[in-house]
Design a protein around this ligand. Structure first.
Ligand code: C2E
Ligand code: MG
Length: 581
């Protein structure tokens, strides 16, 4: 007796095979049931596909193969398409090629099974494509991130991060016949360009600077923008600091040439700090510090120059770095205060107005002169915050003084040219006056360094707006800068101020006294009031009166004091400040 599986099945299905229809129904039920199992397993695998990888498809394929093996014994008529389907499943499972499709030209039930499998394949193919797309996007994003991490978006140069790595790599080199030079390049007066012409022009200027640096150096040199108006260079040199000095001079010459930016001719002079060392001789971080120190030294001594680092430079420049940091903190925590110095008239020495002068007492640095920290603030951009603080405090004190003494005394606030050309400055001043309920006439802006203004029309617009509100303005140290004369035509001031010590020809300088006389004559011709400041002695006062000055300010009358002390004195003297009192 044949006891093989096939004959056993034949025996078992003997009664059934007699009826073809019944048999076919049974066979199809088995096929459908099996398909559902296989499909269920496959779709189950598909839903967990990301987590399970293609193993679910493998399970489905295994289930299908088993089913086919079983059915092969039952009905050879459905065998061929099922075998083809099973083979396709195995192929897909092995090769992960989801683009193939099963033939759907078989009997309807098998067609349904093939259709379901094809649907499954389509789904897998779509997921496969989506995954490929996502991977490509991810790798693009990764590449962009890597680029951004190393590239300055404005100029396309390498950035600070890359620069640090470049210095580290250069200093880790082992060629002792070659030295490393690091240069810090800081643009002189870039802030002025930004303030006067706007950020778009500023950015264009930075790009032009980048082009000039790159074209002046070799391809192997590393040029970076560290941020703001700071650039840096790392290069290998063979003959020590003389070669580095030569390169620095070449860079300065390239940057000194006029630049055509947005149809304007601009200048971007720079100061360069240079340091040279052999690989391994100093730590990379020390190289950066030395280049920084040398750069500040160059900037302090004279703009448009380069300096090679020397150890004696350190003390001076570390004070500057400390001051920059402490000044920012002082602004943030309101550590700046104001003192006031009266300006009096000639006849009765009645107080006409008072000048607000900012004071900074730092726990570490001690009392720092405004001449020093205002210049630093202008260079670092802190001047806008300081200017606003001073303006708010001065307006507040004017109101307080009026309430306390009944005297309405206008205040003169020193204003940097950078503030004047800053967009929105006039609105800010108006808002500050309004916040204290003050009329424009209670404020005068004292502007020093007008020679630095490159964009007179922009300054004129701001001043005209304020003038219309009654705000006066004075040109300070008018006699010390003939560039200020240019401003007279564009924006005629209400007053000019000149230093009595200079006018008196301090140190026997007769030219100075002639300039003072001419300045007062010019002011008189234009209907501008001349004010004498730094009146220290009776001789100064006499000279100032002789020159034709109408108002006076100086230690002879009053030292700058806090508002409380000034209020007490004004109460006692009914608004007069007598010389030497
Ligand atoms: P400035 O506007 O010319 O102020 C007059 C300076 O001369 C003040 O120095 C004042 O204390 C001093 N002074 C007054 N009378 C006499 C005198 O009879 N003899 C002498 N030798 N000096 C006298 P200070 O307060 O040190 O200010 C120096 C400069 O700092 C100011 O010169 C001004 O340009 C700037 N500054 C002061 N406060 C501010 C401020 O709030 N903002 C801005 N942007 N600059 C300010
Ligand atoms: Mg002043």
């Amino acid at each position: 007796m044949d006891l093989s599986g096939r004959s056993l099945l034949r025996q078992l299905t003997k009664p059934v095979r007699r009826s073809t229809l019944t048999f076919q129904l049974l066979a199809l039920s088995a096929v459908c049931a099996g398909s559902l199992v296989a499909l269920g397993v496959a779709l189950g695998g598909l839903s967990g596909w990301w987590a399970l990888d293609e193993s679910a498809l493998g399970v489905a394929t295994g289930a299908m193969a088993l089913l086919v093996a079983m059915l092969a014994c039952v009905v050879p008529a459905v065998m061929k398409p099922l075998q083809q389907l099973a083979r396709l499943m195995i192929q897909v499972s092995r090769r992960h090629d989801y683009t193939v499709r099963a033939s759907e030209e078989n009997a309807r039930e098998i067609q349904g099974l093939a259709g379901a499998f094809n649907g499954l394949l389509s789904e897998l193919e779509m997921r496969d494509q989506r995954l490929a797309r996502e991977l490509a996007e991810k790798s693009d994003a990764q590449a962009r991130l890597t680029l951004m991490a190393h590239q300055d978006p404005v100029t396309g140069l390498h950035n600070r991060h890359y620069f640090h790595q470049a210095v580290e790599r250069a200093m880790a080199g082992n060629r002792h016949d070659i030295q490393v030079a690091v240069m810090f390049i800081d643009l002189d007066d870039f802030k002025q360009v930004n303030d006067s012409h706007g950020h778009a022009v500023g950015d264009e200027l930075l790009r032009e600077v980048a082009r000039r640096l790159t074209s002046t150096l070799r391809r192997s040199d590393v040029v970076c923008r560290l941020g703001g108006d700071e650039f840096a260079v790392v290069l290998h040199i063979a003959t020590g600091s003389s070669e580095a000095s030569h390169v620095a001079a070449k860079l300065l010459a390239a940057l000194a040439l006029p630049m055509q930016v947005s149809r304007q001719t601009l200048f971007a002079g720079a100061s360069i700090g240079v340091t040279v060392a052999s690989p391994g001789e100093v730590e990379p971080v020390e190289m950066l510090r030395r280049a920084d120190v040398a750069m500040y030294q160059a900037k302090t001594e004279s703009k448009g120059a380069y300096r090679v680092f020397e150890p004696t430079m350190t003390v001076h420049t570390s004070r500057r770095a400390l001051m920059t940091q402490r000044l920012r903190a002082a602004v943030d925590c309101g550590a700046l205060r104001l003192v006031y110095q009266p300006v009096v008239d000639a006849l009765e020495h009645r107080i006409l107005r008072m000048e607000a002068l900012v004071r900074w007492e730092d726990p570490e640095l001690g009392s720092v002169s405004p001449i020093e920290f205002i210049r630093l603030a202008e260079e670092t951009g802190t001047i806008h915050a300081i200017g606003q603080l001073v303006l708010e405090q001065a307006c507040h004190d004017v109101r307080w003084l009026a309430q306390r003494t009944g005297l309405s005394i206008p205040v003169a606030v020193n204003t940097s040219t950078a503030q004047l050309t800053h967009p929105g400055f006039a609105d800010l001043v108006e808002d500050t006056l309004a916040a204290q309920g003050l009329a424009g006439e209670m404020l005068e802006l004292e502007i020093a360094g007008t020679g630095q203004i490159t964009d007179w029309p922009a300054a004129a617009v701001q001043l005209a707006q304020l003038h219309a509100r009654g705000v006066c303005f004075a040109l300070d140290d008018f006699d010390s800068s003939f560039a200020a004369v240019r401003g007279l035509g564009t924006v005629p001031p209400d007053r000019i101020k000149l230093d009595c010590r200079r006018a008196a020809g301090a140190g026997g300088n007769r030219t100075e006294s002639a300039i003072a006389a001419a300045t007062v004559a010019l002011a008189g011709a234009l209907g501008i009031e001349p004010v004498a400041k730094c009146v220290e002695t009776a001789g100064h006062l006499e000279l100032a009166i002789r020159l034709g000055c109408k108002a006076f300010q100086g230690h002879l009358f009053h030292q700058p004091t806090d508002i409380g002390t000034l209020a007490g004195r004004l109460e006692m003297s009914a608004g007069r400040v007598n010389p030497g009192a």
